[in-house]
Write a protein that binds this ligand. Structure first.
Ligand code: ATP
Ligand code: MG
Length: 450
């Protein structure tokens, strides 16, 4: 019923031949039942780590955490994790069990797992072991805690975020009691490290059903990002909009489907500063002057607190800052933006603006999409023509500049390259080695730079 890869099968066979039980367990069983390809295969067994060394003698093994009972068996380029059945001890700080102890019963191990869909095991010999109705919950599309939900979230608050993440990834709803316990226990998220909060948020936002999962669990998201909560129910009082800020944001995220993580994060955070920047204009409507710039600042604060890496933060904030800039089919404007953002970010900027537009009032979509599409089409032809974007596309480099002008390394070199790039993008100079060297020669004999 579940097709187990040969390497995993081999490991299970070794355990069984030595008289131990062995099952594949957790995510791989869930994914297999759903017809998805599992990202990795976890094996569990009643064999304790010390004995595993004998069972796998002759194979390379790595201890991943002997005290947790996990040994990775290395087969070629693959590492398969084998974990001894265990029960968790008391939880100390809403996150870590004081100590885990081994058990010889599979059922005990399954009952410590977070959700019913993640608490199934399978072996060709015994078939599916599904003690909590996980297969039925897959059929119904539900995330349900194993056992008493409030207790399970109390033990480990990370599970609150995992519930939302699985909902976003699988398109499942969270079962009513599980969802309300997760919401009630959301204050415990403070006990989860910033790194883990960040990792779960990223996976959630990048997942296909993120908008729905965040909408259905908004209080949990606002506990993570309180800066966003003023957006909920914030009436935009503008003829361009038919949704409040939070709903507009979620619709933008949904419309940015298929986008990469940076684009999806930018969609989620792009209008975070609107409530703060709202001003009533002479027309009686609301306007939001400076909200892109302020939005990027707030987002940077949020991302810093959540320990996002610098590269992602910079990329997301750059998109937010320019999300409202009016993109026209104007080669000069696009060339300038292209130089600032680079081609990858420009594609994201177009996608963000398109998604943002689709979350506006219908007449906005009608009146502005033609121009945005035309700008995008022109941009694509510019890329095809491979118009140089950064100085690295120039057919000469800093060394050439230093030699030709007789100047030492330093900012002046980059400055000259930028000037040359400017001449090239505005079609005043050809991007060939000869033409560029001739231009440098001209400057050198004119005594530039000073
Ligand atoms: P993914 O596809 O994201 O890897 P997964 O279900 O395999 O999903 P992992 O984080 O790899 O998730 O964990 C493997 C298994 O360990 C889960 O299926 C679940 O049974 C159990 N598990 C992981 N984290 C927890 C937790 N915080 N509390 C309880 N059980 C957990
Ligand atoms: Mg996994």
């Amino acid at each position: 019923m579940i097709s187990i890869p040969p390497n995993v099968h081999y490991i299970m066979k070794l355990l069984e031949e030595s008289g131990f039980e062995s099952f594949v367990v957790g995510g791989c069983v869930r994914d297999s039942l759903m017809g998805r390809t599992p990202s990795d295969w976890d094996v569990c067994t009643d064999c304790v780590p010390e004995r595993m060394k004998q069972v796998f003698s002759g194979l390379k093994t790595v201890d991943i955490g002997e005290k947790h009972g996990t040994v990775a068996v290395v087969l070629g380029s693959e590492k398969i994790e084998v974990t001894t059945y265990r029960v968790d001890g008391v939880y100390l700080d809403h996150r870590h069990p004081l100590r885990a102890s081994f058990t010889s019963r599979l059922g005990d191990d399954l009952s410590r797992r977070d959700f019913t869909i993640n608490a199934m095991a399978y072996s060709p010999r015994s078939g599916l072991v599904d003690l909590f109705g996980g297969a039925e919950d897959i059929r119904r599309g539900l995330i349900r805690a194993v056992g008493e939900p409030a207790k399970r979230f109390d033990e480990d608050a990370l599970r609150i975020l995992r519930a939302v993440r699985f909902s976003a990834a699988l398109g499942f709803g969270i079962e009513k009691n599980t969802a309300s316990a997760a919401r009630q226990k959301r204050e415990l998220l403070d006990f989860v490290s910033a790194e883990r909060r960040c990792a779960e948020l990223r996976k959630t936002v990048a997942a296909p059903f993120a908008a729905r999962a965040l909408s259905e669990n908004e209080d949990i998201f606002f506990a993570l990002v309180p800066e966003m909560s003023p957006c909920r129910g914030f009436d935009q009082r503008s003829r361009y909009h038919v949704y409040d800020v939070w709903e507009h944001i979620l619709r933008t995220l949904d419309a940015a489907e298929g986008g990469d993580e940076v684009l999806r994060l930018a969609a989620l955070f792009h209008d975070i500063a609107k409530p703060e920047r709202a001003r009533t204009g002479g027309d009686g409507c609301l306007h939001f002057p400076g909200h892109p710039k302020r939005g990027a600042e707030i987002t940077r604060d949020v991302f810093t607190r959540l320990k996002f890496d610098r590269k992602t933060t910079d990329a997301v904030c750059a998109l937010i800052e320019d999300h409202d800039c009016y993109l026209k089919p104007d080669e000069k404007q696009l060339a300038g933006l292209l130089r600032r953002h680079g081609p990858e970010q420009m594609e994201r900027l177009f996608a963000l603006q398109k998604a943002d537009m689709l979350a506006h009032a219908p007449f906005v979509i009608e009146s502005f999409s033609v121009e945005l599409d035309a700008a995008h089409a022109l941009f694509e032809t510019m890329l095809e023509r491979s118009a140089p974007v950064t100085v690295s596309a120039l057919k000469i480099n800093g060394g050439d500049v230093m030699r030709a002008l007789g100047i030492p390394p330093g900012p002046a070199v980059g400055g000259v390259l930028e000037e040359l790039l400017d001449l090239v993008t505005s079609h005043r100079l050809e991007n060939t080695r000869e033409a560029l060297l001739a231009e440098l020669e001209k400057r050198s004999s004119a005594g530039q730079p000073q």
